[in-house]
Design a protein around this ligand. Structure first.
Ligand SMILES: *Cc1c(COP(=O)(O)O)cnc(C)c1O
Length: 415
């Protein structure tokens, strides 16, 4: 497929995502990719098999344009290859991608590829509950030291970078879940580049990427997604993706993926692949809906504070938003009057929005982070991160925004 890539070089992302990486001749002419469920692949010759193993094991590099035969689906399969080729143009600055069977699988594989016992890792707080759990409960006992820094507090980041020993990874999630506090990606990447250990900067870009935030362009090394969210967009599958400008980083992660057995399965690859062309359409609509709703709900007397990028008041946060986010995105959180009771009453009264965790789907979802997604944090951590009793998180879908606004207003009025 190399020749095809060259012919189509230079296309803009919405075109490239539909034309790159898929050759209909390899799917008996079908206009959209077929699903290849086979677990194993037939070699054209023993020599081709030997060569495929040399390359898969990293003992040899493929020659330019060389056709390398598939071996076995845990190593790779046609639907993963198609998806990995087609997703690259969506991420500005990316040259290579690897797909995993969940966002957590992508995060775990990234951390276990680049960290070993004795190394340390810095991560921003608050962040996705599973990521924090993985770092604290699983990596720490393997002698991987982790240093949390509060999102939006640059002095904490500087201090952590100055004190860390064998610093290999700086893992940032921006905007932070669920408070939307932002971390400066370019500044983090510059500080990492100056650091004697030259740690990799990894960005969990699930909330705003790939449409509105481009960490690789800002100097990050690795971008990670829970494709369960906006990339797939219909709350009906689990998937994860890692992308990088340096193909070597992805090749190293793929070598781990072979051992872990956490490649995304063919059916899921096919499903996710079909959703890619509409990612920017869905995200733009969702972001516009959320902005219209958030900027009106902030006036409601039952809303104490509303966390949303266009409503930031902190000068530093506004500067970061303007520098690294093209649109504010479709997630906001609000602290309601009446604490936990107020928040629960609000959730109980919603008629269109559903009370569920997860985000990024075409349908609107609402949840209470303190008692659900972030319930494993200590009281002290919750308070430090601003995850209060009255806080609800909303992921806005593609419904008509007037209907959603009315739904939120009637639920707020009823508290
Ligand atoms: C959902 C989520 C994850 C985990 O992804 P899964 O696909 O559920 O494994 C990681 N990071 C963020 C920001 C998420 O929202």
């Amino acid at each position: 497929m190399e020749h095809q890539k060259d012919a189509l070089a230079g296309l803009r992302p919405p075109t490239a995502v539909l034309t790159r990486g898929f050759d209909p001749r390899l799917s008996v002419g079908s206009a959209r990719p077929a699903v290849f469920r086979s677990s194993t692949y037939v070699f054209t010759s023993p020599e081709a098999a030997e060569r495929a193993f040399q390359i898969a094991s990293g003992r040899a590099d493929p020659l330019p344009g060389e056709d390398i035969e598939l071996i076995y689906s845990r190593i790779s399969h046609p639907n993963a290859e198609i998806l990995e080729d087609q997703i690259v143009p969506l991420e500005a600055g990316a040259r290579e991608a690897a797909v995993f069977n969940s966002g957590m699988a992508a995060i775990m594989t990234a951390l276990l590829t680049f960290l070993k016992p004795g190394d340390s890792l810095i991560y921003t707080m608050p962040n996705y509950g599973g990521t924090r759990h993985l770092i604290r409960e699983f990596l720490e006992p393997f002698q991987i030291r982790s240093i949390p820094v509060l999102a939006g507090q640059w002095s904490e980041m500087e201090q952590a970078m100055a004190s860390a020993q064998r610093l290999r990874v700086v893992f940032i999630e921006t905007p932070a879940n669920p408070t939307l506090v932002m971390t400066d990606i370019a500044r983090t990447a510059e500080a990492a580049a100056r650091h004697p250990d030259r740690p990799l900067v990894m960005v969990d870009n699930t909330f705003l990427g790939p449409t509105f935030q481009h960490p690789l362009r800002l100097g990050a090394d690795l971008v990670i997604y829970s494709a369960t969210k906006y990339l797939s967009g219909f709350s009906d599958m689990l998937a994860g993706v890692a992308l990088a400008s340096d193909p070597e980083l992805i090749r190293r992660m793929r070598a781990r993926r072979i051992l872990f057995g956490n490649i995304l399965q063919p059916d899921e690859c096919w499903l996710l692949d079909g959703r890619l062309p509409t990612v920017p359409l869905r995200m733009n609509r969702q972001s516009k809906n959320a902005q219209r709703i958030a900027e009106r709900l902030v006036e409601h007397p039952m809303v104490r504070t509303l966390h949303y990028p266009t409503l930031f008041t902190d000068a530093e946060q506004i500067k970061i938003r303007l520098a690294q986010c093209e649109q504010p995105g479709a997630i906001f959180s609000m602290e309601l009057e009446g604490g936990r009771r107020g928040a629960f009453e609000f959730l109980r009264r919603l008629k269109i929005a559903r009370n569920a965790v997860s985000l990024g789907g075409v349908e609107t979802l609402a949840c209470h982070p303190r008692t659900t997604t972030h319930s494993s944090l200590s009281e002290e951590e919750l308070d430090r991160c601003g995850i209060t009793d009255g806080l609800v998180r909303i992921s806005v879908g593609i419904e008509d925004w007037h209907d959603l606004l009315e739904d939120f207003r009637q639920a707020l009025d009823g508290i």
